[in-house]
Design a binder for this molecule. Structure first.
Ligand SMILES: NC(=O)c1ccc[n+]([C@@H]2O[C@H](COP(=O)([O-])OP(=O)(O)OC[C@H]3O[C@@H](n4cnc5c(N)ncnc54)[C@H](OP(=O)(O)O)[C@@H]3O)[C@@H](O)[C@H]2O)c1
Length: 352
């Protein structure tokens, strides 16, 4: 009897990866707290896999202003099984397998979220693959199809090409037809990039990617630059745009260069940001735009449409998340290190 009630008590405790304070990977720890209850319009999901994103790493370093103040639990995406419905929820039944965007708190074995942030996982897809879709693929989808409107035959520069978003971009570019992609990544990842459809992998450690792309394009440059690096790279990206070209800024990874935040790096990178004026853009026929999925919560119809389209593309075999590693919550620090040491190819997924 006593063992039964102790077990019951255990199952009602939520386990989560906490960022205890800003710092190196050692500030991560697994803690247990009471299970959350779904509010009106919410579902509760027993999480089977959660995506680890670059922004989670930056949040731990104290470099991601959108993250809650530590101690906190981050994580923007989950896959699992609905186990409880809040008042007025009719869209899902208990037991449905779902993938979802969450506004933090994803690195936990239970999450409560508005029902409209979830979509059903197709039968043939596993939880780990499903957890790798919401953030990376939605970001890639939104940039390519809504913001940059990439057309057949265009040239697209993709930075961090072997990361989660980068591989999603490469796979989605293949669905457009004739798109020529230039992907920057460490040399050891180039075979995978080619296999994912990258036309020209470029090792930015040993090669000046601006010079290389000029060579490859007879000096013309590219139509679209997707840049999550920021600072001086935004300037370089602008210099590579052909007339009618579009630069999409969607991250500032250059702020993060080691295990911890560095003030010197912050200042250097801030000074590298290009000054852009409407007149300058007009004269050069350039478009500069920004994407931040974390600021689109008020546009859930748009986000759901994208997620549903991605489920359809995955059913057609056009979208197959590449899982780099599946890491238990207890080893989350190792997963963070794998990203900052540039070792991941594709998505790292955490499991409770
Ligand atoms: N705006 C949005 O809505 C949104 C959504 C999702 C992601 N993002 C941004 O997109 C970028 C990619 O995210 P992700 O989750 O796909 O990345 P990821 O999978 O964690 O990619 C990590 C890889 O990026 C490369 N890299 C380049 N600069 C780096 C640096 N300073 N520190 C560590 N690694 C670096 C490394 O590979 P190589 O050595 O091969 O270069 C590394 O293995 C990030 O900047 C992220 O913040 C933005």
């Amino acid at each position: 009897m006593a063992a039964d009630s102790a077990r019951q008590e255990l199952t009602s405790l939520m386990r989560a990866v906490w960022i205890t304070k800003a710092g190196g990977p050692e500030v991560l720890t697994v803690r247990e707290t009471a299970d959350p209850e779904p509010g009106p319009g919410q579902i509760r999901v027993r999480v089977r896999a959660a995506g680890l994103s670059f922004s989670d790493v930056m949040a731990r370093q104290g470099l991601y202003p959108d993250a809650p103040k530590p101690p906190c639990v981050v994580g923007y995406e989950i896959a699992g099984v609905v186990d409880k419905l809040g008042p007025a929820v009719t869209a899902f039944a208990v037991g449905t397998r779902v993938m979802a965007l969450v506004r933090f708190g994803g690195h936990a074995d239970v999450a409560c979220l508005p029902a409209e942030q979830a979509v059903e996982i197709p039968d043939e897809m596993g939880f780990e693959q499903a957890a790798a879709i919401p953030v990376n693929y939605l970001t890639a989808y939104h940039m390519l199809f809504r913001v940059a409107s990439v057309r057949p035959g265009e040239r697209v520069l993709v930075h961090m090409a072997a990361g989660g978003v980068g591989i999603a971009v490469l796979q989605l570019c293949r669905t457009i037809g004739g798109v020529v992609t230039y992907g920057t990544a460490s040399a050891g990842k180039h075979d995978v990039l080619r296999a994912e459809g990258c036309t020209h992998p470029i090792d930015y450690h040993s090669d000046d990617y601006v010079r290389r792309i000029r060579e490859l394009t007879d000096g013309e440059g590219v139509d679209v630059v997707l840049d999550p690096l920021g600072g001086g790279d935004w300037k370089k990206g602008l210099s590579l745009l052909r007339p009618a070209g579009r630069l999409v800024a969607y991250g500032f990874a250059n702020l993060s260069g080691g295990e911890r935040r560095s003030l010197g790096r912050l200042i250097r990178q801030a000074l590298g940001v290009p000054l852009i004026t409407p007149l300058g853009l007009m004269d050069r026929n350039r478009t500069v735009s920004g994407v931040n999925l974390g600021h689109l919560w008020g546009q859930m119809t748009l986000m759901r449409e994208g997620l549903q389209a991605l489920v359809t593309l995955s059913r057609a075999g056009d979208v197959t998340p590449r899982i780099d590693a599946v890491v238990p919550f207890a080893d989350a620090a190792q997963a963070h290190r794998r990203i900052i040491q540039h070792r991941n190819i594709g998505k790292i997924v955490l499991i409770p």
